[in-house]
Design a protein around this ligand. Structure first.
Ligand code: GDP
Ligand code: MN
Length: 383
């Protein structure tokens, strides 16, 4: 779950990481009530989930109330790289001596938390990583041991920070950021730029926080943030049923229902290989019951772009007969007028296929393998 900058900064402040003073506005009326308390210049920051807002025109400096109102009018509700600007963060403009980069993520190769630090922040860190990888300090932390002072010493040393005040500031932020990453089950926390001000203090001018979706259940404190994130009607319906709905390609016309992201990707690949395009997918996860499967099918069918449905299941915890029961229920209770191709493998496969055989002929076709299913689903819908 990716958070907006203003949400990330709230977590930062709660963790003791300094940020510029700021206010969130969602409409022009809120801006009007905020205006009297502002002193200029301010930085106007479009709240979207995509990165690189600066380059895309989503960050402005306003020198007066008039200028701010003008920017707000243009930015609010507009689209930045296909992401709707739902709010603006109005912040005091801070003057930076330097712009650093600081991030914490999981290094899957070493199975350890990794702290990244660079004095070349502010711009594309990917660019820095490509052009001058030596300008990024990388410090691994043994998760059993946790973050220790020597890690923080290594970080600033490798990063080339010599000023004692700046060094202390960076270390304090790194320590707090690491703790936030750890305790919030984040996949990534990132500050770019981490600004060094004239008085040698450091502040987080940007915030990128991505929480591991599988750990969300143990973070009820983040529920309020989630409610502020954009979610389509189908995404919400799926989440409330315990599934994950994903829009894939607006040009596609095949719907995919499967269990597990790996199998979903295989479905997408096989359909692409046969010259088709998947428009959306539903991940049933593990252990779906017939009743919920039927509801899941109903959710995918509500997408008007779906002209055929591929259901591919590898039964483990999930039982093929429950899946088949759900398919049967969906086609008998709902008004299904698109072809369905099902491929069931694993636990209770025979029972499942027997259930489907009772209604087959109507709209359900069976395939023995995934490649066959992909080919069939495109054939029955006329590609
Ligand atoms: P991003 O492009 O989406 O990563 O947005 P950022 O929040 O990182 O803003 C882009 C750039 O705007 C930063 O690298 C800074 O140079 C600048 N910027 C953002 N906030 C401030 C601020 O408070 N003061 C100053 N002087 N510059 C800012
Ligand atoms: Mn940034």
């Amino acid at each position: 779950m990716k958070l907006y900058e203003y949400q990330g900064k709230e977590l930062f402040r709660n963790s003791g990481i300094p940020t510029p003073r700021g206010h969130v506005i969602r409409n022009l009326a809120e801006l009007d009530s905020l205006l009297p308390s502002l002193s200029f210049p301010v930085v106007v920051k479009a709240q979207v989930l995509v990165g690189g807002r600066g380059k895309a025109g989503g960050i402005k400096t306003a020198a007066s109330a008039g200028e701010l109102q003008e920017y707000a009018k243009n930015l609010l509700g507009s689209f930045l790289k296909e992401d709707k600007v739902i709010a603006l963060l109005i912040e005091e403009k801070v003057a930076a001596l330097e712009e650093y980069y600081l991030g914490v993520t999981l290094d899957r190769a070493t199975r350890q938390p990794l702290i990244l630090f660079s004095r070349k922040g502010g711009m594309d860190i990917e660019e820095v990583a490509k052009e001058t990888p030596e300008a990024i300090a990388r410090i691994h932390v043994d998760p059993q041991m946790g973050l220790r002072n020597f890690h923080l010493e290594q970080l600033v040393k490798a990063g080339g920070v010599t000023d004692p005040d700046v060094k202390k500031g960076v270390q304090q932020v790194a320590q707090a950021l690491y703790r936030l990453w750890d305790t919030s089950d984040a996949a990534l926390v990132e500050i770019n730029p981490l600004m060094v001000l004239a008085d040698k203090t450091v502040v987080a001018a940007d915030a990128k926080v991505d929480i591991d979706d599988s750990a969300l259940f143990r973070h009820p404190e983040l529920e309020a943030f989630r409610r502020e994130l954009p979610e389509s009607e189908l995404e919400r319906a799926a989440r409330e049923t315990g599934f994950l709905y994903i829009d894939i390609d607006p040009e596609g016309n095949v719907g995919v229902i499967s269990n597990g992201s790996g199998m979903i990707m295989s479905c997408i690949d096989w359909i692409a290989r046969h010259g088709g395009k998947v428009t959306c997918a539903l991940d049933l996860g593990g252990g779906a019951t017939a009743d919920r499967v039927a509801r899941g099918i109903g959710i995918v069918l509500r997408n008007p772009k779906v002209k055929s449905l591929l259901i591919s299941i590898f039964g483990g915890i999930t039982r093929c007969d429950e899946i088949a029961g759900g398919i049967v229920r969906a086609v008998t209770e709902k008004d299904v007028n698109i072809p369905i191709v099902a491929r069931l493998e694993g636990t209770n496969k025979e029972k499942g296929l027997a259930l489907l055989a009772e209604v087959s002929g109507k709209t359900i076709e069976i395939a023995a393998t995934l490649p066959e299913a992909a080919d069939k689903v495109l054939r029955v819908q006329g590609r």
